[in-house]
Design a binder for this molecule. Structure first.
Ligand code: NAD
Length: 490
């Protein structure tokens, strides 16, 4: 299907959505959205002030009680209709994401499918969120536990997965019966605005879902986190901002879910099927132009196969087509902004000055847009910046290890703990990997493991809580225990 880009952008509502109405933002100035492949301005969005944010909380608080008491089936049906509408509009959502974020269209289509699965999954979870009924051990009380919506929630999303990060939070919040205030990243608000339009059509009542895009992120979060009516913060973004928001949330003792940064190791043992391992590394490294929290950041390869692995990885990355994501054959799009290219350039230069060798790439691509060539570095020092910091770009540093213990030690030597990947033909190693690796996610012989039905989230400085799976809805509920005097108690 070919999409008329101007018509599509024209269809997207640029205003804020508060209390069931589209309204202008009252912050001074507006927010321009750029295409990272060309530098062109795509749209100008309304910008919310602190007062707008508080109005959104007024609206969310006003309808929380009524919304929390709706029949689970009613909320499930809204999510199901949302799922069907997103599927109908898949090409529009994919195009919007490619335009504002840069990812190749083929990947944007993949994100739409992945994102939409959260709506389907949580539509199913809504009606199966069971409590339990039992006796206390002494037999004196009957124990009933139920799950109740935690209350008005602030949902803050990043720019790298504009639709998936929206559905992964809004889906379970609707399922649990929470009202919400959503703040998308300044760099990619178009997808979220179109998604909110879609969910309104799917039947979300006024006040339940409020949208406050803003030039000033802290202008939204600071007053909301301090307001006692807010009960929950779900944040996906960088660890630095996450720590600040945790501190801001503490005085109000808010429930928090934090999906933060990562520094994923991808470990290739000498007994791995190298075809599978190289393909897995390409997936785990290059998905989303390397701008993923789950991106393989350190490729750890056992010494006997390191040279061959590096060469084969470099052949694959060197052959990838870089360009505007809207062009049909593009496999690698632009980075989100020029400072991202500067950062990647610095990390590569630092590694090279520390003795690394560039097998392919190793330089920015001059011209319009923010492009960096797919890069493989070998002989990378274990303590170089590229091995310690989130790269967020198409750079694969290969580091060698000696034996299994060395691999686990190297993998865990980071403050992060989100994704990890292991490639080996020895299945018993899977259990040792699971024992030893301090990560929320472990991929075994696969470079792509995110799934709506699986719990996603990190440990250590990668965050708190889980999204997706049976765990995802629990983040938006609290458990209430009712103790009833046992009729047979003496
Ligand atoms: P970011 O932290 O800069 O921004 C994330 C969101 O927070 C945006 O909406 C932004 O406007 C908002 N924000 C920024 N400063 C704020 C402040 N002071 N107060 C309140 N809100 C603020 O992150 P980003 O650059 O948009 O996203 C990339 C980061 O997100 C990477 O570190 C990546 O690993 C992480 N990420 C994590 C996951 C995960 O599930 N763990 C998923 C995707 C991205």
């Amino acid at each position: 299907m070919s999409i008329n880009v101007d018509e599509l952008i024209g269809k997207v509502e640029k205003r804020l959505y508060i209390g069931g109405e589209w309204v202008e933002g009252s912050a001074r100035g507006s927010l321009e959205v750029e295409n990272p492949a060309t530098g062109e301005v795509l749209a100008t969005m309304a910008s919310a002030s602190s007062e707008d944010a508080l109005k959104a909380l007024d609206a969310a608080d006003r309808v929380q009680r009524e919304w929390g008491r709706t029949a689970p089936r009613e909320r499930a049906e809204i999510l199901r209709r949302g799922f069907e509408l997103v599927a109908e509009r898949a090409e529009e959502f994919a195009t919007l994401m490619t335009l504002e974020m840069g990812k190749p269209l083929v990947e944007a289509r993949g994100e739409v499918r992945y994102a939409n699965e959260f709506l389907r999954w949580f539509s199913e979870e809504t009606v199966r969120h069971y409590g339990r009924y039992s006796q206390v051990p002494e037999g004196t009380l009957r124990m009933i536990t139920t799950h109740k919506p935690v209350g008005p929630s602030l949902l803050i999303t990043p720019w790298n997965f504009p639709l998936a990060m929206a559905t992964r939070k809004i889906g379970p919040a609707i399922a649990a019966g929470c009202t919400m205030i959503v703040k998308p990243a300044q760099l990619t608000p178009l997808t979220m605005h179109y998604f909110v339009q879609t969910m309104i059509e799917a039947g979300v009542p006024g006040g339940v879902l409020n949208l406050v895009t803003s030039k000033s992120a802290s202008g939204i979060s600071t007053p909301l986190l301090a307001d006692r009516r807010l009960r929950k913060l779900s944040f996906t973004g960088s660890t630095a901002v996450g720590k600040q928001l945790l501190a801001d949330a503490a005085p109000n003792v808010l429930r928090t879910s934090m999906e933060l940064g990562g520094n994923a190791p991808l470990i290739v043992f000498e007994d791995a099927d190298l075809d599978v391992a190289v393909d897995g590394a390409v997936d785990a490294k290059m998905r989303n132009i390397g701008e993923a929290c789950t991106a393989a950041n350190r490729i750890l390869v056992q010494e006997p196969v390191a040279e061959e692995f590096g060469r084969r990885l470099a052949e694959k990355l060197g052959a990838m087509t870089v360009g505007n994501g809207l062009d049909g054959d593009t496999q690698v799009g632009p980075l989100i902004q020029s400072t991202a290219v500067d950062n990647v350039e610095e990390l590569v230069n630092d590694a090279v000055s520390g003795g690394a060798e560039v097998l392919t790439g190793g330089a920015r691509i001059e011209g319009a847009g923010h492009f960096y060539a797919p890069t493989v570095l070998v002989d990378v020092a274990r303590d170089s910046r590229v091995a310690r910091e989130e790269i967020f770009g198409p750079v694969a540093p290969v580091i060698t290890f000696t034996d299994e213990e060395d691999a686990w030690r190297l993998a865990n030597a980071t403050e992060y703990g989100l994704a990890s990947y292991v490639f080996s033909s020895d299945l018993s190693r899977l259990f040792r990997a699971s024992d030893k690796l301090e990560f929320g996610l472990v991929g075994f012989n696969s470079g792509v493991i995110s799934n709506a039905g699986a719990p996603f989230g990190g440990v250590k400085h990668s965050g708190l809580g889980r999204e997706g799976g049976a765990e995802g809805i629990a983040e938006y509920t609290y458990t209430q225990y009712v103790g009833v005097r046992d009729p047979y108690a003496k």
